[in-house]
Design a protein around this ligand. Structure first.
Ligand code: SER
Length: 874
């Protein structure tokens, strides 16, 4: 069976058994700061296990994208070394939320493997948690031989998502790949770390929730979470010895063979490198596809590590140039039908990978040299470890992920001073106060309470801006309350609402609540979940009570402005892709009443010409007065047909597709104008860099554009009035004024020099003689330290043999510079002169024998200059 067929068969088997087929969620967990990446199928259902949230189904089945390259389940170090571990993989799963439990979970699993996938029973082994007699008994009942049921402890047979969250004992199904696979030791048995007994399916009997402090509490209802690695079942069903030889990987390896001119399967070292590369390019492709960019922390750092690790392995097999971006094409060929967004985003993915490859290859070579030099030195001194500060330097300056340094150290038989590295890293973090925690918010208490109450609202705001709704739940200070009184603020959940909740970059609606016993203003609307909106209100009169039927009215002006800007972001997205290329992808946006902000992926600043073209295209589409239409579609179908999906959005299975004319199709839940003509006009206000590879455009539309234009007009008018010129000649006039100013400043400079030369003459004339040496002192108004030095140069040039001391003051601060010509250095020192002046007048300073500088109070400067000759005779 091809992998595509395995996926389908699995999902169909469970859907035939009353499971709802749910699409994979993004790799980025929703509102869960405890996780870097989604690492199992159950993550998107976490709240259902915890009974915080309810859905229309109690059984589900998925094929979930997972990444295990950080956090509790981290397979990164095993990738390449084994034939079965991956950073990115797909997990097939079936779930019961308080519905069936162990009996059915085991029966379903066994039936699918035996009757549908037709696996060889003789090769199957089962593990159960050491105390789980019940599971062992059920397995026996379905027909497993007793000697094939192995009991293992916490490490193997107790599963939890992370350090906190739902968890429970589990039972694993393993497949014996045969004596010739793995460690080949006679003692090899179930539980061995090698590749022989391949764990294909894990059935978790979710019964507990673990809290952050390790406390275990029983879940309200026992549930089921199972996970089967698609790559592993494909390996077995396709009769291969490792995942890399399945149809999920082999085309990547073939392409890699072409690039590297190595052949897979001939040499263990090369094979390991090829596996690492094939795995990592696939992982990177999917992680980038879900909106992560390489960076120094969190998810971005994981991405950077896997890309750089793959590159280093590339170097090991003789690839010296960038190649991963090209190899990602082979991944897209395999996965593009199942994950059409990977295909749509491919031009963008290529740019991100290539950018990182270019940067890394630049630093890699320098970093390797630095490493080699240090290692030579360490070894020559008999050292056994790479010091922490070197690991840090390679990491910080040369961008070497620590695991790469560790691998190189292992090759050189050196250990790593990891503690020293951690210390340097901590120090750096202290300095920059930039933690590496995952940024992300958790669920607010009050929102969890609303989810528990199973409140849901019908959103009617696409069609109407006024509606009646019943108050289902109210929250104040994170607590559910029955009533909100005049002057109080709180969050209200209605059964029906015309208010748009902030999401997808579009700001929330504002408006009014009119109830039987009071009124309130809606200040903010937060989307807790699909169809669960928290309306933040302030009661302005009387009170609002749970159960009240109220009239809800959206502020039309704000909604209209926001809708203009929202439709304009879609036009802008289209225009940028037309002008700059297909790699442009929206990476964020802010859609407000008066303006819009649009963040997108692109690797250099836009030229004026590109900005103008973009602006023109948007305005043309506005002038064409095109209809904007929406329709509901199945998510995968819409994406397959080319609709653009955004990173920042969490889409349900049914999506709203927004079309403008025949050129723009995006998945979008926002509010829009009905016709592009309503936007009026569009102007770009600014363009700049936001982060590496991400640019930001700010623009205005409609009334905002009129205001913007008026503001600029006023500026021009004002300048023209000030410069006494007609507005259309103001540019020439201002250029003329600037020219004049330049000529005048040059003239001033020249005059200043003349005055100084004149003063120097005066000062030279008044010079005193001390033991045959001429002592020239001079006060220079409005001078900087550099000017003073120049004046001493002029004096020395003029007299050849002399001592020159010049000073200036700026308010309370005075400054003196002393210089001594070379021929007098045996008797005098500029440094000493300054020191003496400083001592006498309360200041400080110093310098060399030829030139020195000091600061003394401003009001003492003139007296100090007068006393120089006396000081010299001391
Ligand atoms: N959550 C379990 C695992 O990841 C089963 O899906 O193994």
């Amino acid at each position: 069976m091809k992998s595509n067929e395995i996926r389908k068969t699995f999902l169909k088997f469970f859907s035939d058994n009353d499971h709802t087929v749910v699409s994979s969620s993004s790799l980025l967990p929703e509102k869960d700061p405890t996780l870097l990446f989604v690492n199992a199928g159950m993550v998107q259902f976490k709240n259902l296990f915890l009974d915080i949230e309810k859905r229309d189904y109690v059984r589900a089945t998925t094929c979930q994208k997972c990444v295990r390259a950080g956090g509790k389940h981290n397979d990164l170090d095993n990738v390449g070394k084994t034939l079965r571990h991956h950073t990115f993989f797909e997990m097939l799963g079936n779930f019961s939320f308080g519905d069936y439990f162990k009996d059915d979970a085991i029966a379903y699993a066994w039936k699918l493997l035996k009757d549908v996938f037709r696996l060889d029973e003789d090769r199957m082994w089962i593990t159960v948690y050491k105390d789980d007699d019940e599971a062992a008994l059920i397995w026996k009942k379905v027909g497993i031989r007793e000697d094939r049921i192995v009991r293992l402890g916490e490490k193997d047979n107790f599963w939890s998502m992370g350090d906190e969250g739902p968890c429970g004992p589990c039972s694993e199904i393993l497949y014996d790949l045969g004596e010739n696979v793995g460690c080949r030791q006679p003692a090899c048995a179930v539980g061995c770390d090698c590749d022989r007994f391949l764990e294909i399916w894990n059935l978790v009997f979710m019964e507990f929730e673990r809290s952050r402090d390790g406390q275990m509490t029983k879940l309200p209802r026992p549930s089921i979470d199972t996970g089967m690695g698609l790559e592993r079942i494909a390996c077995i069903m396709q009769g291969k010895l490792g995942n890399y030889e399945t149809d999920l990987f082999s085309p990547v390896l073939r392409r890699l063979e072409d690039i590297s001119r190595s052949v897979y399967g001939e040499n263990e070292k090369t094979d390991t490198a090829m596996r690492v590369i094939a795995d990592h390019v696939r992982g990177a492709t999917f992680v980038i596809n879900d909106g992560v960019l390489p960076s120094k922390e969190g998810r971005g750092y994981v991405l950077r590590r896997i890309l750089r690790r793959a590159l280093r392995y590339g170097k090991k097999i003789g690839i010296e140039k960038e190649f991963l971006y090209d190899l990602s094409g082979a991944v897209v060929d395999i996965m593009g039908d199942v994950y059409p967004d990977v295909r749509n985003n491919h031009p963008y993915i290529v740019r991100v990978i290539k950018g990182e490859e270019e940067r890394f290859l630049e630093t890699l070579n320098t970093g390797m040299r630095v490493y080699d030099e240090f290692v030579k030195e360490i070894k020559s001194k008999g050292g056994k470890a790479i010091p922490g500060d070197l690991i840090y330097k390679l990491y910080d300056t040369y961008g070497f992920p620590v695991d790469i340094t560790a691998e190189m150290a292992a090759e050189d038989s050196l250990s790593m001073d990891t503690a020293g590295f951690e210390k340097s890293l901590e120090e750096q973090k202290e300095r920059s106060r930039a933690g590496s925690r995952i940024k992300g918010e958790a669920w607010a208490e009050g929102h969890v309470a609303a989810l528990r109450d199973d409140v849901r609202n019908d959103f009617v705001g696409y069609k109407t801006l006024e509606a009646d709704g019943v108050i289902l739940t109210m929250v104040r200070d994170e607590q559910v309350v029955e009533q909100l009184d005049e002057g109080e603020e709180g969050e209200v959940f209605f059964d029906c609402t015309p208010f748009y909740a902030e999401s997808g970059g579009q700001v929330e609606d504002e408006g009014l609540v009119d109830g039987p016993s009071g009124k309130a203003v809606v200040i903010n609307v937060i989307k807790v979940k699909q169809d669960v909106f928290a309306h933040k209100v302030k009661v302005t009169m009387g009170s609002l009570k749970r159960g009240d039927r109220v009239h809800l009215v959206v502020d039309k002006e704000k909604r209209k402005g926001v809708s203009r800007n929202h439709t304009a972001t879609h036009l802008l997205h289209y225009a940028l892709r037309t002008v700059l290329g297909e790699h442009v992808k929206q990476s964020g946006s802010l859609v407000e009443k008066d303006r819009l902000r649009f963040d997108f992926t692109h690797f250099q600043g836009l030229a004026d010409e590109e900005l103008h073209k973009t602006e023109d295209i948007v305005n043309e589409k506005i002038m064409e007065s095109l209809n904007v239409t929406t329709e509901e579609r199945q998510r995968e179908d819409a994406i397959r047909e080319g609709a653009t999906a955004l990173f920042e959005e969490k889409y349900g299975d049914t999506v709203r597709v927004l079309r403008i004319g025949d050129f723009s199709t995006e998945l979008c839940g926002g509010t829009h104008v009905k016709n592009t003509g309503e936007i009026g006009s569009f102007s770009i206000v600014s363009e700049g860099s936001l982060a590496y590879g991400v640019r930001r455009i700010e623009a205005v539309t409609g009334k905002g554009a009129v205001r913007h234009k008026r503001k600029l007009d006023n500026i021009v008018k004002h300048i023209s009035r000030l410069s006494n010129t007609e507005p259309d000649r103001v540019l020439e006039r201002v250029e003329g004024i600037i020219g004049e100013l330049n000529t005048k400043s040059n003239e001033i400079e020249r005059l200043k020099e003349e005055i100084i030369a004149h003063r120097v003459e005066e000062a030279v004339k008044n010079a005193e003689e001390k033991n045959g040496a001429k002592v020239v002192t001079m006060y220079v108004p409005d001078a900087k330290a550099d000017d003073l030095r120049k004046v001493t140069d002029i004096i020395r040039n003029r007299l050849k043999s002399c001592i020159a001391v010049v000073g200036t003051r700026e308010e309370t601060k005075g400054m003196v510079v002393a210089a001594v010509s070379k021929d007098l250095l045996s008797t005098y020192s500029a440094g000493k002169i300054i020191k003496k002046l400083a001592e006498q007048y309360g200041g400080k300073g110093g310098g060399g024998p030829q030139i020195a500088q000091g600061g003394i109070p401003g009001d003492k400067i003139k007296a100090a200059l007068k006393s120089v000759a006396d000081i010299l005779s001391d």
